[in-house]
Design a protein around this ligand. Sequence first.
Ligand code: HEC
Ligand code: HEC
Length: 233
Amino acid sequence: MMKAASDFLCFGPYRPLYKLTTLLFFVAGSVHAQASGDAKAGESIASKGVPPAVAACSSCHGAKGEGLAAFPPLAGQGAAYLQAQLAAFASGTRKNAVMEPVAKGLKAQDQANVAAYFASLPSGIASPKSVPVPDPKDVGAWLALRGRMNDGVPACASCHGPHGEGVGSNFPAIGKLNAAYMQSQIDAWKQGSRGPGPLELMLHIAKKLSNQDVEAIAQYYAKQATAAPATSK
Ligand code: HEC
Ligand code: HEC
């Protein structure tokens, strides 16, 4: 399986789409079977929590899951991704003192329901009609859209979409993550406090990103969000 992934990692930008299709296939296959969720039941958890132990998700992640500063956006993330993160917080493979008790307080079916609810909301990040051509002097744009081939860093866009809008249910949107949160996750992979995720894809990429790289990428995405107000997704 890693063969397919490493194969994928060494190519240029936007090389044939079938590569991404192949990867999606392997990633989907590597994610454990998950219960399917009821978005309606999830909405109640999001707005009211599960008293007394679990606070309303909206109190930290925003009324519509739009996120706020250190609280990442949940709206529009794939249900499989959200559910996998909740399971990881509960089991401790993704370490976070705030989310651990929240996730542990939710039954597997609650996790599936709340994941289905947030997945049903719009992320507010529009996919561009055509793939932008990056300015070689803009480090963030170049890393996001082309990667750094001589160092084996693939374009973020190849898995997260050109505006970081996310692809399928397992490749999350990253276009609205603030720089500090993005950095904290890259550090978590480097330090082993966040599990490697599907095919260890991000573990390998994180190790090759400097703090300056991450800052530049986050700034690039923030610019896209202001330049092209979202209409879809
Ligand atoms: C007290 C504040 C707080 C509450 C309440 C809260 N969260 Fe979180 N959540 C956080 C923080 C902080 C993080 C970032 C964790 C990290 O840095 O790894 C997070 C991260 C997450 C993530 C990972 C997102 C990603 O992009 O990987 C998911 C999923 C999540 N929360 C779901 C929920 C759900 C569902 C609820 C309600 C049942 C909820 N949270 C309630 C603070 C909160
Ligand atoms: C080969 C596919 C692939 C590429 C290329 C890729 N990612 Fe990822 N990324 C993933 C996967 C899969 C996940 C979900 C990991 C998990 O489930 O824990 C992810 C998750 C993330 C997250 C966590 C999102 C969150 O909400 O917590 C960040 C941040 C991230 N990637 C940044 C980047 C950046 C920056 C680049 C470009 C330098 C990049 N990724 C390139 C596959 C990829």
